[in-house]
Design a protein around this ligand. Structure first.
Ligand code: CA
Length: 438
């Protein structure tokens, strides 16, 4: 992504005849994210968010107001998944964005386009794609250091961390759109003082604040994506919550890494905020601390270093059942920037495919937990509570180390840059429930 990718669709002065789009925290006309929705049990289909509305792409494509690549993109997005659209690469996506931005900002188009809008309040959001594979990375260096300190106080970061973008293959089947039920998992737990493991509900249920990266065009098996072209294979971003059962994790993770402690559910915001929309918010990857190794050649690209990070502010809120009953506003658990990622998204893609592994359109890459340097910006309760040692107190007087039934976690993200409208991702929400007894 370069400065030339910024065009009139990013103009902060552009407004829409969709009234709710003006100053909308997430979906002003400068955003135009892609998703899949349905209304009243009808066929799921592609849509684009604008304010509190959705442009129905199937209905739009039937109007005859789109041409060429934009029309092709809208028709391709008219089915129940956007995999085929993502497979087409950036040009049709950009063409659709360009056409929609023009239609939604031109008052003369209102009469013809307004009938294809659907209120978000009336719609059910689905996953935007069929996720073939999901991989979770570990690029949040503060998180990796904080977790490492809890496990290995003398040697928090493993020696490979600064050379290898660490990741593991996760479970795609349990990735759900925001709002899905988060049922406390049952599993094997063994505390350090327990002689034997026991089976039961996790006592250390946690969230993980992450970004989700949607793969666009894939690569053939055996043909790595070079870092210089990796950006072209990224369709966009969402907010991702990698719910985690810390007690299950601590007992099961050696030697092969996370398994059932992670695969019970992950939650993602259903709107793909496209790479095109994010162009103004690209910033330089922060320089590595003095003494850290330079990334190996296959992970090094000057342009990626210059524009490979994102100016995003990430926020996490908790709201207990009691807070909801009493009308108390959600409590902010953390707020921090996304620039504490030690590796860029392009480095994640280049590394993942460096052995010849093939990415497919709609694959999902989690960044790993993104934490800032201090308690006010930690991206998990594991860090905030120091592995359960320090409880925090909410406005109701309730205390928490990990999540209890009724606790609702909401993650939000805002992209902002001087001279540009801020855009968001929608809320990534999940409410903890106990497993119903059989
Ligand atoms: Ca994770």
């Amino acid at each position: 992504m370069t400065i030339s990718d910024i065009n009139e669709t990013h103009d902060a002065a552009r407004t829409s005849w969709v009234d709710s789009a003006q100053g909308h925290a997430d979906f002003p006309i400068q955003n135009l994210p892609l998703g899949v929705f349905s209304v009243g049990g009808d066929q799921p289909r592609g849509g684009v968010a604008i304010g509190d509305q959705i442009v129905d792409l199937a209905a739009l494509s039937a109007l005859g107001v789109l041409e060429g690549l934009a029309q092709e993109a809208a028709v391709t997005a008219s089915t129940g998944t956007l995999n085929a659209l993502l497979a087409m690469g950036p040009e049709p996506r950009a063409a659709l964005r360009f056409a929609l931005s023009a239609l939604l900002s031109d008052a003369d188009q209102r009469a013809s386009v307004e009938p294809v809008l659907v209120a978000q309040a009336d719609a059910t959001m689905h996953l935007p794609v069929t996720i073939g594979d999901y991989t979770d990375f570990y690029v949040g260096i503060n998180h990796a250091t904080n977790i490492g300190k809890l496990l290995r106080p003398d040697n928090p970061l493993a020696p490979n961390y600064k050379y290898v973008p660490i990741g593991y293959h996760g479970r795609a089947s349990s990735v759900c759109p925001s709002g899905a039920r988060v049922i406390r998992p049952t599993g094997q737990r063994k505390g350090p003082d327990d002689a034997e493991p026991s089976v039961g509900p996790s006592r250390r249920l946690d969230y993980e604040l992450e970004l989700g990266v949607w793969v666009g065009e894939g690569n053939a098996l055996g043909e790595p994506i070079p870092i210089g072209r990796a950006g072209k294979h990224v369709a966009g971003l969402s907010i991702f919550n990698d719910w985690s059962a810390r007690d299950l994790q601590a007992w099961e993770y050696q030697p092969l890494g996370p398994f059932l402690s992670k695969s019970f559910i992950s939650t993602v915001t259903p709107w793909i905020v496209t790479a095109e929309a994010l162009a103004p918010y690209r910033v330089a990857q922060p320089p590595r601390p003095e003494g850290d190794p330079k990334p190996l050649d296959y992970l090094w690209d000057e342009a990626d270093q210059a524009h490979g990070a994102f100016a995003l502010t990430l926020e996490v809120f908790i709201e207990t059942a009691q807070m909801r009953e009493k009308g108390i506003a959600p409590h902010k658990l953390s707020s921090g920037p996304a620039t504490s990622m030690y590796w860029t998204v392009a480095q994640m893609v280049a590394h993942h495919t460096s052995n010849g592994c093939n990415m497919r359109p709609g694959d999902l890459l989690g960044t790993g937990t993104i934490s800032g340097p201090d308690n006010a910006s930690f991206g998990s309760l594991m860090e905030i509570s120091q592995a359960g040692k320090h409880a925090f107190t909410l406005e109701t007087g309730e205390t928490r180390t990990f999540l209890e039934a009724g606790d609702r976690i909401t993650i939000r993200a805002t992209a902002s840059a001087e001279g540009y409208a801020s855009i968001g991702f929608g809320s990534c929400v999940g409410t903890v429930e106990e497993r119903p007894s059989a």
